[in-house]
Ligand binder design. Structure first.
Ligand SMILES: Nc1ccn([C@@H]2O[C@H](COP(=O)(O)OP(=O)(O)OP(=O)(O)O)[C@@H](O)[C@H]2O)c(=O)n1
Ligand SMILES: C[C@](O)(CO)[C@H](O)COP(=O)(O)O
Length: 242
Protein backbone atom coordinates (compact mmCIF):
# COMPACT_ATOMS: atom_id res chain seq x y z
CA UNK A 1 0.00 0.00 0.00
CA UNK A 2 1.37 3.43 -0.90
CA UNK A 3 1.90 5.98 1.89
CA UNK A 4 0.34 9.46 1.63
CA UNK A 5 2.98 12.09 0.76
CA UNK A 6 4.54 13.83 3.80
CA UNK A 7 3.04 17.27 4.54
CA UNK A 8 4.75 20.08 2.70
CA UNK A 9 5.36 23.70 3.72
CA UNK A 10 3.92 26.50 1.60
CA UNK A 11 4.28 30.24 2.16
CA UNK A 12 1.36 32.59 1.46
CA UNK A 13 2.12 36.31 1.48
CA UNK A 14 -0.96 38.59 1.55
CA UNK A 15 0.09 41.57 -0.57
CA UNK A 16 -3.25 43.10 -1.55
CA UNK A 17 -3.61 45.91 0.98
CA UNK A 18 -3.77 49.61 0.18
CA UNK A 19 -1.53 50.77 3.04
CA UNK A 20 -3.95 53.52 4.05
CA UNK A 21 -2.07 54.31 7.30
CA UNK A 22 1.36 54.48 5.69
CA UNK A 23 0.94 57.80 3.89
CA UNK A 24 2.81 56.60 0.79
CA UNK A 25 1.71 57.54 -2.74
CA UNK A 26 0.74 53.91 -3.45
CA UNK A 27 0.45 50.56 -1.64
CA UNK A 28 3.27 50.42 0.94
CA UNK A 29 4.48 46.97 -0.16
CA UNK A 30 5.71 48.46 -3.45
CA UNK A 31 7.47 51.50 -1.99
CA UNK A 32 11.27 51.62 -2.35
CA UNK A 33 13.17 50.66 0.79
CA UNK A 34 16.98 50.52 0.90
CA UNK A 35 16.98 50.62 -2.90
CA UNK A 36 14.43 47.88 -3.58
CA UNK A 37 10.66 47.51 -3.32
CA UNK A 38 9.59 46.59 0.21
CA UNK A 39 8.02 43.29 -0.87
CA UNK A 40 11.30 42.20 -2.52
CA UNK A 41 12.95 42.13 0.92
CA UNK A 42 10.06 40.03 2.27
CA UNK A 43 10.35 37.58 -0.59
CA UNK A 44 14.13 37.26 -0.10
CA UNK A 45 13.60 35.80 3.38
CA UNK A 46 11.65 32.85 2.06
CA UNK A 47 13.75 32.38 -1.07
CA UNK A 48 16.73 31.99 1.31
CA UNK A 49 15.09 28.91 2.83
CA UNK A 50 15.37 27.10 -0.52
CA UNK A 51 13.93 23.63 -1.13
CA UNK A 52 12.65 23.22 2.44
CA UNK A 53 9.65 25.13 1.15
CA UNK A 54 7.30 23.54 -1.39
CA UNK A 55 6.35 26.93 -2.77
CA UNK A 56 5.92 30.65 -2.20
CA UNK A 57 2.74 32.46 -3.23
CA UNK A 58 1.99 36.18 -3.31
CA UNK A 59 -1.66 37.21 -3.09
CA UNK A 60 -2.31 40.47 -4.94
CA UNK A 61 -5.45 42.35 -5.90
CA UNK A 62 -7.10 41.03 -9.10
CA UNK A 63 -6.26 44.25 -11.01
CA UNK A 64 -2.74 44.71 -9.58
CA UNK A 65 -0.29 46.08 -12.18
CA UNK A 66 2.53 47.09 -9.83
CA UNK A 67 3.89 43.72 -8.76
CA UNK A 68 4.96 42.81 -12.29
CA UNK A 69 6.68 46.23 -12.55
CA UNK A 70 8.58 46.06 -9.28
CA UNK A 71 9.33 42.30 -9.20
CA UNK A 72 9.91 41.34 -12.85
CA UNK A 73 11.47 37.96 -11.89
CA UNK A 74 8.37 36.80 -10.04
CA UNK A 75 7.08 34.11 -10.21
CA UNK A 76 10.14 31.89 -10.59
CA UNK A 77 9.68 28.08 -10.57
CA UNK A 78 8.03 27.05 -7.30
CA UNK A 79 6.40 30.46 -6.95
CA UNK A 80 2.84 31.56 -7.69
CA UNK A 81 1.23 34.94 -8.32
CA UNK A 82 -2.34 34.59 -7.07
CA UNK A 83 -4.73 37.35 -8.18
CA UNK A 84 -7.05 36.49 -5.31
CA UNK A 85 -6.84 39.52 -3.01
CA UNK A 86 -10.01 40.70 -1.28
CA UNK A 87 -11.34 43.71 0.60
CA UNK A 88 -9.84 42.58 3.93
CA UNK A 89 -6.70 40.72 4.94
CA UNK A 90 -8.84 37.75 6.07
CA UNK A 91 -10.46 37.61 2.63
CA UNK A 92 -7.10 37.82 0.87
CA UNK A 93 -5.81 34.90 2.95
CA UNK A 94 -8.96 32.78 2.54
CA UNK A 95 -9.13 33.38 -1.20
CA UNK A 96 -5.36 32.94 -1.49
CA UNK A 97 -5.54 29.54 0.20
CA UNK A 98 -8.25 28.40 -2.22
CA UNK A 99 -6.10 29.54 -5.15
CA UNK A 100 -3.02 27.87 -3.65
CA UNK A 101 -4.86 24.56 -3.55
CA UNK A 102 -6.17 25.03 -7.08
CA UNK A 103 -3.03 26.40 -8.76
CA UNK A 104 -0.19 24.89 -6.73
CA UNK A 105 -1.86 21.60 -5.80
CA UNK A 106 -1.50 22.25 -2.05
CA UNK A 107 -3.36 19.71 0.10
CA UNK A 108 -5.42 20.25 3.28
CA UNK A 109 -2.76 18.39 5.28
CA UNK A 110 0.08 20.59 4.02
CA UNK A 111 1.29 23.45 6.22
CA UNK A 112 1.06 27.09 5.27
CA UNK A 113 3.09 29.94 6.71
CA UNK A 114 1.06 33.13 6.23
CA UNK A 115 3.30 36.20 6.34
CA UNK A 116 2.46 39.89 5.85
CA UNK A 117 4.17 41.41 2.82
CA UNK A 118 4.66 44.45 5.05
CA UNK A 119 6.91 42.60 7.56
CA UNK A 120 10.07 42.87 5.49
CA UNK A 121 12.56 42.53 8.38
CA UNK A 122 11.81 38.91 9.23
CA UNK A 123 14.93 36.71 9.38
CA UNK A 124 15.25 33.18 7.94
CA UNK A 125 16.38 32.00 11.42
CA UNK A 126 13.02 33.15 12.84
CA UNK A 127 11.16 31.15 10.19
CA UNK A 128 13.30 28.14 11.13
CA UNK A 129 12.41 28.61 14.81
CA UNK A 130 8.69 28.78 13.99
CA UNK A 131 8.81 25.68 11.80
CA UNK A 132 10.81 23.77 14.42
CA UNK A 133 8.34 24.66 17.15
CA UNK A 134 5.17 23.95 15.14
CA UNK A 135 5.83 21.11 12.73
CA UNK A 136 4.97 18.47 15.36
CA UNK A 137 2.34 20.59 17.11
CA UNK A 138 -1.28 19.44 16.78
CA UNK A 139 -2.51 23.02 16.27
CA UNK A 140 0.31 25.16 14.81
CA UNK A 141 1.42 28.59 15.97
CA UNK A 142 2.80 32.03 15.33
CA UNK A 143 5.74 34.29 16.00
CA UNK A 144 4.84 36.76 18.73
CA UNK A 145 6.54 39.20 21.09
CA UNK A 146 6.02 39.27 24.85
CA UNK A 147 4.73 42.75 25.63
CA UNK A 148 7.79 44.92 26.39
CA UNK A 149 6.02 48.00 27.80
CA UNK A 150 3.51 48.86 30.50
CA UNK A 151 0.00 48.42 29.15
CA UNK A 152 -2.77 51.00 29.71
CA UNK A 153 -6.48 50.74 29.02
CA UNK A 154 -8.00 54.06 27.91
CA UNK A 155 -11.22 55.92 28.43
CA UNK A 156 -13.02 57.22 25.29
CA UNK A 157 -11.66 60.72 25.99
CA UNK A 158 -8.04 59.59 26.03
CA UNK A 159 -7.27 59.22 29.72
CA UNK A 160 -5.91 56.19 31.53
CA UNK A 161 -8.71 53.92 32.71
CA UNK A 162 -6.42 51.24 34.16
CA UNK A 163 -2.98 49.70 34.02
CA UNK A 164 -3.41 46.19 32.66
CA UNK A 165 -1.37 43.20 33.85
CA UNK A 166 0.99 42.39 30.99
CA UNK A 167 2.69 39.16 32.06
CA UNK A 168 0.40 37.08 29.85
CA UNK A 169 0.16 39.54 26.92
CA UNK A 170 1.93 39.03 23.60
CA UNK A 171 1.93 41.01 20.35
CA UNK A 172 1.00 38.77 17.42
CA UNK A 173 3.39 38.82 14.49
CA UNK A 174 3.71 36.74 11.35
CA UNK A 175 4.50 34.16 9.98
CA UNK A 176 1.58 32.17 11.38
CA UNK A 177 1.79 28.45 10.60
CA UNK A 178 -1.20 26.10 10.37
CA UNK A 179 -2.43 23.13 8.35
CA UNK A 180 -4.13 24.47 5.23
CA UNK A 181 -7.38 22.52 5.71
CA UNK A 182 -7.73 23.57 9.34
CA UNK A 183 -7.06 27.22 8.49
CA UNK A 184 -9.58 27.17 5.63
CA UNK A 185 -12.21 25.75 7.95
CA UNK A 186 -11.40 28.35 10.63
CA UNK A 187 -11.50 31.30 8.22
CA UNK A 188 -14.76 30.09 6.68
CA UNK A 189 -16.29 29.97 10.14
CA UNK A 190 -14.92 33.29 11.46
CA UNK A 191 -15.14 35.40 8.28
CA UNK A 192 -13.96 39.00 8.32
CA UNK A 193 -14.09 39.33 12.08
CA UNK A 194 -10.47 38.17 12.47
CA UNK A 195 -7.30 40.19 11.93
CA UNK A 196 -4.92 37.22 11.99
CA UNK A 197 -4.95 33.49 11.30
CA UNK A 198 -4.45 32.54 14.95
CA UNK A 199 -7.71 34.32 15.90
CA UNK A 200 -9.56 32.21 13.37
CA UNK A 201 -8.02 29.02 14.79
CA UNK A 202 -8.91 30.20 18.32
CA UNK A 203 -12.50 30.46 17.08
CA UNK A 204 -12.43 26.68 16.65
CA UNK A 205 -11.59 26.35 20.36
CA UNK A 206 -7.90 25.61 19.71
CA UNK A 207 -4.85 27.28 21.28
CA UNK A 208 -2.05 28.16 18.81
CA UNK A 209 1.54 27.95 20.11
CA UNK A 210 3.32 31.27 20.79
CA UNK A 211 6.89 31.24 19.46
CA UNK A 212 9.05 34.15 20.69
CA UNK A 213 9.97 36.61 17.97
CA UNK A 214 11.85 39.90 18.06
CA UNK A 215 10.82 43.55 17.91
CA UNK A 216 12.68 43.93 14.61
CA UNK A 217 9.96 41.87 12.88
CA UNK A 218 7.60 44.84 12.99
CA UNK A 219 5.00 45.56 10.34
CA UNK A 220 5.60 48.68 8.26
CA UNK A 221 2.36 50.47 9.07
CA UNK A 222 2.92 54.21 9.68
CA UNK A 223 4.99 56.82 7.75
CA UNK A 224 7.93 56.71 10.20
CA UNK A 225 8.25 52.94 9.82
CA UNK A 226 9.84 53.24 6.36
CA UNK A 227 12.92 55.05 7.68
CA UNK A 228 13.26 52.63 10.58
CA UNK A 229 12.97 49.58 8.33
CA UNK A 230 15.47 51.06 5.86
CA UNK A 231 17.96 51.72 8.67
CA UNK A 232 17.72 48.11 9.90
CA UNK A 233 18.18 46.74 6.37
CA UNK A 234 21.18 49.02 5.74
CA UNK A 235 22.77 48.02 9.04
CA UNK A 236 22.32 44.33 8.20
CA UNK A 237 23.82 44.81 4.73
CA UNK A 238 26.78 46.72 6.18
CA UNK A 239 27.37 43.96 8.76
CA UNK A 240 27.20 41.30 6.01
CA UNK A 241 29.79 43.21 3.90
CA UNK A 242 32.30 43.43 6.77
N1 LIG B 1 -7.33 43.51 1.82
C1 LIG B 1 -6.09 43.26 2.25
C2 LIG B 1 -5.53 43.98 3.35
C3 LIG B 1 -4.23 43.71 3.74
N2 LIG B 1 -3.50 42.77 3.06
C4 LIG B 1 -2.11 42.53 3.43
O1 LIG B 1 -2.01 42.17 4.78
C5 LIG B 1 -0.77 42.63 5.33
C6 LIG B 1 -0.94 43.30 6.69
O2 LIG B 1 -1.97 44.27 6.64
P1 LIG B 1 -1.86 45.82 6.99
O3 LIG B 1 -0.59 46.21 7.54
O4 LIG B 1 -3.11 46.19 7.71
O5 LIG B 1 -1.86 46.41 5.51
P2 LIG B 1 -2.88 47.35 4.79
O6 LIG B 1 -4.27 46.83 4.92
O7 LIG B 1 -2.34 47.54 3.42
O8 LIG B 1 -2.69 48.70 5.61
P3 LIG B 1 -3.78 49.69 6.20
O9 LIG B 1 -4.58 48.89 7.19
O10 LIG B 1 -2.98 50.79 6.80
O11 LIG B 1 -4.62 50.14 5.03
C7 LIG B 1 -0.15 43.56 4.30
O12 LIG B 1 0.97 42.92 3.74
C8 LIG B 1 -1.25 43.79 3.31
O13 LIG B 1 -0.81 43.95 1.96
C9 LIG B 1 -4.08 42.04 2.03
O14 LIG B 1 -3.43 41.20 1.43
N3 LIG B 1 -5.37 42.30 1.65
C1 LIG C 1 -1.59 39.68 11.15
C2 LIG C 1 -1.01 40.83 11.94
O1 LIG C 1 0.22 41.24 11.38
C3 LIG C 1 -0.73 40.35 13.34
O2 LIG C 1 -0.24 41.39 14.13
C4 LIG C 1 -1.92 42.04 11.94
O3 LIG C 1 -3.08 41.77 12.68
C5 LIG C 1 -2.27 42.51 10.53
O4 LIG C 1 -2.50 43.88 10.50
P1 LIG C 1 -3.93 44.56 10.67
O5 LIG C 1 -3.63 45.99 10.93
O6 LIG C 1 -4.61 43.91 11.83
O7 LIG C 1 -4.61 44.31 9.37
Amino acid sequence: MSQPPPPRLFVLIPCAGTGSRAGAPGPKQYEPLAGRPLVAHTLDVFRALGPRLAGIALVVAPDDQRLAEVLPGFPAPGEWLLRAGGATRAQSVAQGLAALREEAGALPTDWVLVHDAARCLLLPSQVDALIGACVHDPVGGLLALPLPDTLKAATPDGRVAATVARADKWLAQTPQMFRIGLLQEALARMGDAVTDEASAIEGLGLAPRLVPGTASNFKVTFPDDFALAAAVLQARHAAADR
